[in-house]
Design a protein around this ligand. Structure first.
Ligand code: SF4
Length: 374
């Protein structure tokens, strides 16, 4: 019987995001750790490894697939109502105690994280996405940067089939990986977890590469939304939120900022769950920093108008939401406010065709994706 560790070693092929060093070592560029990896060793993510002076990277499987409303990723300014066919692999370059995808992200570090990978190919995944009615294909659940080569192989196939592609990522990138992704990724969500480098060290990273990723993605013209999981006592001080929102506004005040409510999960069960009033206070700080599109999630119906998209010029409600459910859609085919004609930042379909689903579901009739662990 195969173990997850066997799968990491067997379902792999030579990567593209690395350089060879002396003494058979390699340096990986897929994430901000830029690990120098000695022969026979794994990188920090535990899925990329050096064998004989060659870097091997994950290939040919998914840790899981799910059909999500695009609003769940969350993208609120990218093809509202669309279905986002979402796949993940295994492993992560960080180890956040509050991770809400820990079953796949920590599968190789934590013996309590059990997941069952599925055999997959780019053709199979794209065919399945189309069969489910997806418009968007998203690499998510674990950290997609550490499996960037596999994501690009899938996205090449997806683009040929006319699909939009996206990353849901912690943003711990490098110039090399972002340049590598640039032709193939349309949408990018960065999880900006904190504005304090000490907090990032607790999670196993550094803030510098994440801020650089945000700046670079915006410069590259990849559609970017940012999410911050607001955790009482961890990242919700006024000073930290002020710094964080002023940073985003300096990159562009039109970048949507999603605040989501923390609930006790994985190993972080000390802080209280986030209340609606905590989200509203943080949103206020973001507004003072100049952000034009602020959303509050995970507490449907409890955050006033912070689930809706309103024109940043005249205030008209353009998209009305309850949780992931799109109740009303008013944006013109040209992506403008029908009231004042202002262009609304985002990626808009020529017309809103209704919402495929407002809740996640497992792919229907996708029996071709078979489990590897028997
Ligand atoms: S993806 Fe990141 S953590 Fe993994 S080997 Fe490469 S640099 Fe290291």
């Amino acid at each position: 019987m195969s173990t997850l560790r066997d799968i990491v070693y067997e379902k792999a092929r030579e990567g593209e995001l690395y350089e060879k060093l002396d003494r058979n070592r390699v340096r990986c560029f897929a994430c901000g750790h830029c690990c120098p990896i000695p022969e026979g060793q794994l990188g920090v993510c535990k899925v990329r490894y050096n064998r004989g002076g060659t870097l091997y990277v994950p290939w040919g499987y998914v840790g899981g697939v799910q059909c999500d409303p695009v609003e769940k990723k969350p993208f609120f300014h990218a093809y509202p109502g669309s279905l986002a066919y979402s796949f993940g692999m295994l492993g992560c370059d960080l180890h956040c105690a509050y991770c809400q995808n820990w079953v796949t992200s920590q599968a190789l570090r934590d013996p309590n994280a059990i997941s069952s990978p599925l055999e997959a190919s780019p053709e199979l995944l794209v065919r399945d996405a189309l069969r489910q009615g997806a418009k968007i294909l998203v690499s998510t659940y674990n950290e997609p940067l550490i499996t960037a080569e596999w994501a690009v192989a899938i996205f090449k196939e997806a683009k040929t089939a006319g699909l939009i592609t996206g990353f849901v990522s912690n943003g711990n990138g490098t110039p090399q990986v972002l340049e590598y992704l640039r032709p193939w990724v349309d949408l990018y969500k960065v999880d900006l977890k904190s504005f304090d480098d000490r907090h990032y060290h607790e999670l196993g990273g550094r803030i510098g590469p994440i801020l650089d990723t945000i700046r670079t993605l915006h410069q590259m013209g990849i559609w970017l939304e940012i999410v911050t999981l607001l955790i009482p006592g961890f990242n919700d001080s006024e000073a930290e939120l002020r710094g964080l929102t002023e940073f985003i506004a300096a990159v562009s005040p039109k970048i949507p900022w999603h605040l989501t409510a923390f609930h006790k999960d994985y190993k972080m069960d000390d802080p209280d769950d986030t209340r609606a009033e905590d989200l509203l206070r943080a949103a206020d700080i973001g507004r003072q920093a100049g952000l034009l599109y602020i959303y509050a999630g995970n507490l449907p119906g409890m955050v006033g108008g912070l689930e809706d998209t309103c024109c940043h010029h005249c205030g008209k409600v353009l998209i009305k939401r309850h949780g992931y459910f799109v109740e009303d859609y008013q944006i013109t085919p040209e992506g403008k406010c029908p009231s004042c004609g202002t262009s609304i930042p985002g990626r808009w379909a020529p017309r809103f065709e209704g919402q495929v689903t407002d809740r996640p579901f497992l792919p229907r009739r996708s029996s071709r994706l078979v489990t590897i662990l028997q």
